[in-house]
Design a protein around this ligand. Structure first.
Ligand code: PEP
Ligand code: MG
Length: 301
């Protein structure tokens, strides 16, 4: 069975009736790059940058981050590398951030909320990302967005960072910038958000947690944590439609993206990208190659 999957390397992710999809990999460290290449991913759809912060006793410097991002884009040699900005807080705690105790950390000071508050930390990461984008195809993705103003504020900060780099004569590229859709609010305003960004990536782990009001960390609630809930599937459909209306692409980078029982449905919905762990790339490619949407569409719409 393994050997059969190996034969799928180098093949396009294309259904029998000709629909193509981007099949990318999720990584949490540059050490994971070897497995990504080994499994023939089309790019990196979610590079969780938290490891840079969690591994250390103090904030990672611009230079430290730049080296890691540059290595990632150079190693991926022209393939898209989507790096998510800092997403700590809630389940991911980092001592030197000196975060106060919170009653509801999942609803608390985390991810983009930290970046929009401690803008010096955010700017350091953005400088490193923009500089590294001169060395390959790098995209930046912002987590935990709920509102339009957050995206507009991010853009202002990005403009400041670019102006500072210009002033210092430091080179940078033109990274695409997208957001994660992982809150119900972002889903509901996705039509407006789509006009502001280059792409969407749906984070089904948090989207399920916030939509179903079920703590993703509590094993006692496993049977209530149901990403197959019709509410979640309807939200994915809505996000894809709103993305396409604005002419941008939409993918899924949460765990649900790797659920092979839904691959055909995602294709039928028009999902443009799936980002999954490296080991899931070839099994999903197999399903895509076996899918004929001209047949499938009949029973679901
Ligand atoms: C998600 O929420 O689905 C996601 C991909 O991000 P994380 O699991 O890192 O919160
Ligand atoms: Mg998330």
């Amino acid at each position: 069975k393994k050997a059969l999957l190996q034969q799928l390397k180098g093949k396009e992710n294309k259904t029998i009736d000709g629909k193509k999809i981007m099949l990318y990999a999720n990584i949490g460290n540059i050490k994971d790059l070897a497995a990504v290449i080994q499994n023939d991913a089309g790019g990196i759809g979610l590079f969780r940058s938290e490891f840079l912060y969690l591994e250390k006793e103090d904030y990672p410097t611009e230079e430290e981050q730049f080296k890691v991002y540059k290595t990632a884009v150079e190693t991926m040699a022209g393939k898209n590398v989507i790096i998510r900005t800092l997403d700590i807080g809630a389940d991911k705690q980092c001592a030197y951030f000196n975060m106060e105790h919170e009653e509801n950390p999942a609803l608390g000071y985390r991810a983009i909320r930290i970046c929009l508050t401690q803008t010096d930390v955010f700017k350091t990461q953005l400088r490193a990302l923009f500089r590294a984008s001169a060395y390959g195809k790098l995209s930046i993705m912002y987590p935990m967005i709920t509102s339009l103003w957050e995206v507009r504020k991010i853009k202002e900060i990005v403009e400041e960072v670019k102006a500072e780099l210009d002033e210092q004569g430091i080179a940078y590229g033109e990274p695409k910038q997208g957001i994660m859709i992982e809150t119900p609010a972002a889903v509901m305003v996705s039509g407006e958000l789509a006009k502001e960004v280059d792409f969407f990536s749906i984070g089904t782990n948090d989207l399920t947690q916030y939509t179903l009001a079920v703590d993703r960390q509590n094993p006692k609630l496993d049977r209530f944590f149901d990403p197959h809930h019709p509410a979640i599937l309807a939200m994915i459909r809505m996000v894809v439609e709103n993305a396409h209306k604005a002419g941008i692409w939409a993918g899924i980078c949460g765990e649900l993206g790797a659920d092979t029982s839904l691959t055909k449905e995602f294709l039928a919905m028009g999902v443009d990208e799936l980002s999954v762990s490296a080991g899931s790339i070839l099994p999903i490619r197999k399903i895509i190659l076996e899918t004929d949407l001209s047949q499938y569409g009949k029973d679901i719409k």
